[in-house]
Design a protein around this ligand. Structure first.
Ligand SMILES: Nc1ncnc2c1ncn2[C@@H]1O[C@H](COP(=O)(O)OP(=O)(O)O)[C@@H](O)[C@H]1O
Ligand SMILES: [Mg+2]
Length: 242
């Protein structure tokens, strides 16, 4: 469904991605792991053309994302929901108003439909009734979930998560991971999760890709991943206490 074909990405002649190829299948939870600074966020940004490859190509089905612009790119981006690091909410708007922002950009939705989708999205992340709260009243974990609700109202069919559980306590992190799984199964949303939490990823991902030094070291099921013969993968597993 999403395919990277020999993607090289250089910043100032330094290759962050040095020929990356892989394919994400429709409906799966696909985790991307690896040391920090290794190009995980850069990889994610290529999927919505926030970055463009120096060489190689990125595909969504038969559409070349890396060559799309204008209306074609807008249509591609409409299919994605993002939960990026930070995920800022506007402090002067209520949680409900923040969630409705992406919907109000579309002129064709009725007020009733906007309210209905907001309510449903908050319910999906176990925040029913939080519409009228201010962002400052929510805990870090609740804000993450509200961020997920904001991504869900758009009815995207692909979700991108960048370190969704970093800076969360273990209990809240587990809650967010469960929501990722629930969103994937109940809404059939293809989910791409960049995470440093390998243990959790092994639990919820259908397949795991490990990046290091701009190269794909492994891309396989959790079962195979834990038995990987690749030395750097073994080392990463060990360092994660696995
Ligand atoms: N827009 C940019 N301009 C220059 N360098 C960048 C840019 N974005 C990322 N990088 C560099 O690319 C490398 C990988 O970054 P990133 O994908 O954010 O790592 P991570 O795996 O931790 O998500 C880092 O060295 C970072 O400094
Ligand atoms: Mg990152």
């Amino acid at each position: 469904m999403i395919r990277f074909d020999g993607v090289v990405k250089k910043f100032n002649s330094k290759a962050v991605l040095a020929g990356v190829s892989f394919e994400i299948r429709q409906g799966e939870i696909f985790a991307i792991v690896g040391p920090s600074g290794t190009g995980k966020s850069v990889t994610l940004k290529h999927m919505v053309r926030l970055l463009t490859p120096t060489s190689g190509s990125v595909w969504l089905g038969s559409e070349e994302v890396s060559a799309a612009s204008g209306r074609r790119l807008a249509k591609i981006r409409e299919r994605f929901g993002y939960l990026f690091q930070g995920g800022a909410f506007l402090g002067s708007l209520t949680v409900g108003e923040n969630i409705q922002l992406p919907l109000r950009e579309r002129r064709n939705l009725s007020e009733f439909e906007i309210e209905r989708r907001t309510h449903e999205a908050l319910e999906a992340v176990d925040l029913a009734g939080a519409e009228d709260k201010m962002p400052a009243e929510l805990s870090g974990g609740m804000l993450k979930r509200a961020g997920l609700a904001r991504a869900l109202v758009r009815n995207a069919d692909i979700m991108l998560y960048d370190e969704p559980t970093s800076a969360l306590d273990p209990v809240t992190a587990r809650q967010v991971n469960r929501l990722i799984t629930r969103t994937n199964t109940e809404r059939k949303i293809t989910s791409v999760v960049v995470t440093h939490d390998l243990a959790a990823a092994l639990g919820y991902a259908h397949r795991i890709l490990m990046l290091k030094g701009g190269k794909v070291l492994e891309c396989c099921s959790p079962d195979k991943f834990v038995k990987s013969p690749v030395a750097e993968v073994k080392e990463f597993l060990e360092a994660s206490g696995l």
